[in-house]
Write a protein that binds this ligand. Structure first.
Ligand code: SF4
Length: 223
């Protein structure tokens, strides 16, 4: 059972290490971004969230990138094949309220705009942590490093060293990880109705000990 202790979530092997909200000025608006980060002390607890059949079926039936990007199923590596090389993980969850996009008439366009901003911010932070801690990042969404993925023409990946999978592409159930470990309920766009807030989630697998305050400080300065 998880519980809040002095604002830090304690749940056996998960510990809240990043927790702040910061304003971010964009070209056409200013939004507040809530940043949450959790240290998973034993990466093997995440293996239970690797759901091969359900996640693969969801990708295959519901995603236009299935089989069209090297970062996506059926080409992506599964989480349990990657996690064995690491001991810990940092889970990042960034959120913003959709009220900041209330001027955008098309609701789906508003959601997309908010998600693009969050994905770009979380990717920057995850790659920074990966570099600093000699880890391996699992990002949010499919790889966007090339205009057109070479997978479509069945050529090799152009940037294999920089390409990273999303958490979902490795067959992790992100929604369950967020609710089960971090106590965060993700909200979705449903029947034309916008959620109160939108979230993006990433993870960095690590071996070294992390310095939580230092990490939180660096993430803060990247937002
Ligand atoms: S780096 Fe380029 S070629 Fe490789 S997966 Fe990403 S988009 Fe595709």
């Amino acid at each position: 059972m998880c519980r809040e202790i002095e604002g830090r979530r304690q749940c056996g092997q998960i510990r809240k290490i990043i927790d702040f909200e910061k304003s971010r000025m964009l070209k056409n608006r200013t939004i507040a971004v809530s940043c949450h980060g959790y240290l998973v002390e034993d990466v093997s607890v995440l293996n239970a969230y690797c759901e091969m059949d359900q996640t693969k079926n969801a990708c295959e039936s519901g995603c236009i990138n299935y089989g069209k990007k090297w970062s996506c199923p059926p080409y992506s590596r599964r989480f349990t094949d990657i996690s064995g090389h690491y001991r810990k993980a940092v889970l990042l969850v960034f959120r913003t309220k959709m009220e900041y996009y209330s001027d955008v008439k098309n609701k789906y366009t508003a959601l997309k705009a908010a998600n693009v901003t969050l994905k770009s911010l979380i990717e920057k932070c995850a790659r920074m942590i990966e570099k600093q801690e000699n880890g391996y990042a699992l990002l949010s969404g499919s790889c966007r490093l090339c205009k057109k993925c070479s997978c479509r023409s069945k050529q090799k990946c152009r940037k294999p060293d920089a390409m990273r999978y999303s958490m979902e592409a490795t067959m992790l159930n992100v929604e369950k990880i967020c609710s089960g470990l971090a106590g965060i309920k993700l909200q979705w766009y449903q029947n034309g109705t916008l959620p109160e807030y939108t979230s993006t989630v990433s993870m960095v697998l690590l071996n070294d000990e992390v310095k939580p305050e230092e990490l939180a400080d660096k993430v803060y300065h990247m937002i």
